[in-house]
Design a protein around this ligand. Structure first.
Ligand code: LLP
Length: 413
């Protein structure tokens, strides 16, 4: 199944720890992140793209500890909000290694990023060209920027994660001439320095051909801009989006090395590539552990749910689950793993074979839980959010602590 894990006496072990031990120490639900796996996945990207600038897409999951690992491993960071910027700062990421995205950065966010000395802002509208230029003038600096371009590539993925087509809110259209106009305006602003062009065609993409097509169009556009203005644009940032497999037996996910092969055939050597993988680095590193509370017919209720994993309810995303705390010889039965929230859509796994004698107190593990889960978790029903525990070399530590009811009550006036 899609996880680097061992089993001992029928019990799942993560980073050298039995899951019962982890549950006893940290409680449930809990996300357990294998730090060595995270590091290995980062290394797979930097090895596949030795000359590129690899930015980790912080939206997938971010914590100061993660920022520390990235810093050590030579990766950069992509942030898309003031909050993510604050985590980057707390984690000690040098500002020049941070890129700021988003289709509606506030003036305050822009001023803060520019004032901090951020490496680059990705401009997503004409308004932003002006706003960032003004902020840079205010600081008396020349700010490095990229222009986000819609390459007109409709990659096969969930509609909510497709961002390369004309219909998306992100970026400026290459086809309509909007992107070329944005470039003109940037080049006319003395306080802005156009260091590159950016595109991100979407997330959870398996078809490498879509990345190749986007790269081809972006290279052609970059050359056209260089020709029109007589400038050299050194960098092409092609975003993130490489898919991962969530279910056992699914088609193998494409690797960074395979993506590199596709892009190398298209992107000339004088253009520096940048990439922004999020999910493909962090999703497979993490297991979500839950405790079974009740078993009622085919409904197996666990102590978390749609607040800690909104993906099945939001997108219909499929996951697998296993009984992680013991062996069982019981015949398998078909269960629906549900949470504790007040709606019928609060389903984590819709239809999964688990031993028929699964009972309260058992631990259920859901692999591939590292991306867009803790980072997208909510407090629906006033449920505090679970901690993230990293395991490595016989050490297990909370890198995000468990939220408490006190944390929640602190917000009320
Ligand atoms: N760069 C940009 C500009 C992005 O918008 C994203 C993701 C990434 C990089 C990282 O993409 P990745 O390598 O993780 O695919 N909440 C959804 C996914 C939304 C993706 C948002 N943008 C989910 O739960 O699947």
């Amino acid at each position: 199944w899609p996880l680097r894990a061992q089993w001992a006496d029928g019990e799942l072990r993560l980073g050298g720890f039995d899951v019962t031990q982890l549950a006893a120490t940290f409680g449930t639900p809990v996300y357990v992140l294998d730090e060595d796996d995270f590091r290995a996945r980062c290394a797979a990207w930097t090895t596949a793209f030795p000359d590129a600038d690899v930015h980790y897409g912080g939206k997938a999951f971010l914590a100061p500890a993660v920022v520390g690992w990235l810093r050590e491993l030579g990766l950069s960071l992509d942030v898309c909000s003031g909050g993510e910027l604050a985590v980057a700062q707390r984690g000690g990421m040098p500002p020049e290694r941070v890129v700021f995205h988003g289709n509606n950065k506030s003036v305050a966010e822009i001023e803060r990023a520019v004032g901090w000395g951020i490496g680059c802002l990705v401009l997503d509208s004409f308004d932003e060209v002006e706003r960032v230029a003004r902020a840079a003038r205010g600081c008396g600096i020349r700010q490095a920027v990229m222009v986000r371009v819609k390459p007109g590539v409709d990659a096969a993925t969930h509609a909510a994660w497709a961002t390369g087509g004309e219909g998306t809110k992100f970026g400026l259209s290459m086809a309509s001439g909007e992107a070329a106009e944005a470039v003109r305006r940037v080049l006319a602003e003395p306080s802005l320095e156009l260091v590159g062009l950016h595109s991100h065609i979407g997330s959870q993409i398996f078809d490498l051909g879509s990345f190749g097509t986007a790269a081809e169009r972006m290279v052609a556009f970059l050359r056209a801009v260089e020709h029109e203005h007589g400038v050299a644009i050194g960098r092409l940032d092609l975003g993130g989006g490489l898919g991962v497999h969530y279910l056992p037996g699914e088609k193998e996910a494409p690797t960074p090395a395979q993506l590199a092969e596709v892009l190398r055939a298209v992107v000339p050597e004088d253009v520096q590539l940048a990439l922004e993988p999020g999910r493909s680095i962090v999703a497979p590193t993490t297991v979500a552990l839950y405790q079974v509370g009740t078993v009622k017919g085919r409904y197996l209720s666990v102590d978390g749910g749609m607040s800690d994993n909104p993906r099945p309810a939001t997108y219909g995303s499929a996951y697998t689950a296993v009984l992680a705390s013991r062996t069982s010889d019981a015949l398998p039965a078909d269960f629906t793993v549900v949470g504790k929230h007040c709606e019928t859509g609060d389903i984590l796994v819709d239809g999964i074979d688990l031993p028929g004698d699964v009972r309260p107190g058992d631990l259920i593990a859901i692999p591939c839980s590292g991306a867009y889960q803790r980072s997208a978790a909510s407090n629906y029903n006033q449920v505090p959010r679970p901690p993230v525990v990293s395991v490595r070399d016989g050490v297990a530590r909370e890198i995000v602590r468990r939220e408490t009811e006190e944390d929640l009550l602190r917000l009320f006036v």
